[in-house]
Design a binder for this molecule. Structure first.
Ligand SMILES: NC(=O)c1ccc[n+]([C@@H]2O[C@H](COP(=O)([O-])OP(=O)(O)OC[C@H]3O[C@@H](n4cnc5c(N)ncnc54)[C@H](O)[C@@H]3O)[C@@H](O)[C@H]2O)c1
Ligand SMILES: O=C(O)[C@H](O)CO
Length: 391
């Protein structure tokens, strides 16, 4: 196997499943071995595996693979997986812009992802980046550690108040809406959002919360659905990006759109790096020192565009938005159950927004695949909901 180190669980299993990385927890391994899989985990000390590395891991016989968002899952890998007898692939991620789903479908391979289990964790990191940028937490921490603090001053690290301001959301899906709720409940912010679809649940929540505040004698909060990203950028004091990455969102934030934003706005990105034209952002940050960003993702990960790392008005963290223990273990479990379910011929779970039954360590997971993104194209059956109603 081209010398790549692997650790094997349940060596006698009938299905051969490869995980390109060790993943947190052990529940995911049990999910596979319990249904008769031999699990081979690549333990090679190399952060990003190349296509050639993964070809070597697939080898001449492989039933399913769990892979990572850093890997290039295109025609070459799906053709090889098909040739090796494979039927299932799952990203250990909700985003799957690294996967050519059409290529997988052409080869009859199901593609899984891991929605839901990372919604709150990711939204919390976006909130942390918002606060860090608005209140200059990292700059102040650097200052303190450098021994520069000589005493309280009226103008030391003055930042932005969030309470009562407007938060803008671009991409108000699961994570965007969860983040919006945190900023609304936590800081009584009004919300303006742009999405291709109406977010009725978010609207209802803000309306009801506004009514509650009014009943307490407090200023209510309001929502508005924008008809363009421009409307959000012009109006909001904080803008957080949560869309998927595809051709409609590539460089959605560019030089022109940055110029529409308030000079002291905060921009947060915990979606995918290429949603922002990062070189344009660097220029904008240099020209507008009161404009601040919080970034979890980067256009050319793991690299930053030249200059970004030196700017004090940028808070940067290494793609850790979903990095809580519960979430990462849950992502691994959902990815494993996608592969296990497909190999066992289970139907697709009928309610992708209710994945909790798959995550309970103390009971058998439902006999279903939690989330397969090309299930319709492959004509996979959907569970009739009876399993769900019994839970
Ligand atoms: N930084 C991280 O670690 C991390 C963690 C989880 C998810 N993510 C990213 O966040 C994304 C969103 O995850 P989610 O679970 O909320 O997905 P989701 O599908 O619930 O939400 C995505 C939203 O984007 C909207 N959208 C699509 N195209 C758009 C466009 N052109 N303009 C505006 N909105 C558009 C969709 O309608 C949808 O409401 C993932 O695809 C992933 O790339 C990043
Ligand atoms: O898409 C995802 O799931 C993230 O980027 C990693 O959690």
């Amino acid at each position: 196997m081209a010398g790549l180190a692997v650790q094997i669980y349940n060596g006698g299993g009938v299905f051969r499943v490869v995980s390109t990385k060790p993943m947190p927890g052990t529940q995911w391994i049990r999910a596979l071995t319990n249904v008769g899989c031999r699990v081979e985990v690549c333990t090679e000390n190399k952060t990003i595996l190349s296509v050639e590395d993964i070809l070597a891991l697939i080898g001449s016989r492989c039933d399913g693979v769990i892979g990572q968002l850093t890997e290039d899952w295109g025609e070459t890998l799906f053709a090889a997986l098909k040739k090796a007898g494979g039927h299932a692939y799952s990203n250990m991620a909700v985003g799957y812009n690294n996967v050519d789903v059409n290529a997988a479908t052409r080869h009859g391979i199901a593609v899984g992802n891991t929605p839901g289990v990372l919604t709150e964790t990711t939204a919390e990191l976006a909130a942390a980046l918002t606060l860090s940028a608005a209140r200059r937490v990292v700059e102040a921490d650097d200052f303190m550690r450098a021994g520069k603090y000589e005493g309280w001053l009226p103008s030391l690290f003055v930042g932005n108040l969030l309470k009562g301001q407007t938060v803008g959301i671009i991409g108000a899906g699961r994570i965007g809406s969860a983040y919006a709720r945190m900023m609304i409940e936590g800081f009584k912010m009004n919300v303006i959002y742009y999405d291709l679809y109406q977010s009725t649940r978010l609207e209802k929540f803000v309306t009801a919360y506004g009514e509650f505040l009014k009943s307490q004698g407090e200023t209510p909060v309001y929502w508005r659905r924008a008809t363009s990203p421009e409307e959000v950028l012009k109006e909001a004091d904080v803008v957080s990006l949560h869309p998927i990455l595809d051709k409609t969102t590539y460089h959605l934030i560019n030089k022109e759109r940055l110029s529409l934003m308030k000079k002291d706005a905060v921009l947060v990105n915990a979606s995918r790096g290429p949603v922002i034209d990062e070189a344009a952002l660097v220029e904008h940050l240099k020209a507008n020192p009161m404009f601040r960003v919080g970034l979890d993702v980067f256009e050319d990960e793991p690299f930053m565009k030249p200059g970004l790392g030196e700017l004090p008005n940028a808070v940067v963290v290494p793609h850790i938005a979903s990095a809580s223990k519960w979430t990462r273990e849950g992502m691994a479990t959902l990815a494993a159950l996608n592969v296990a379910g497909k190999l066992k011929g289970y139907p697709l779970w009928s309610n992708p927004n209710n994945i909790m039954p798959f995550l309970d360590e103390h009971s058998q997971p439902p006999a279903a695949c939690p989330s397969i993104v090309n299930s319709k194209a492959l004509g996979l059956p959907v569970s009739d909901g009876k399993a769900e109603s019994k839970l």
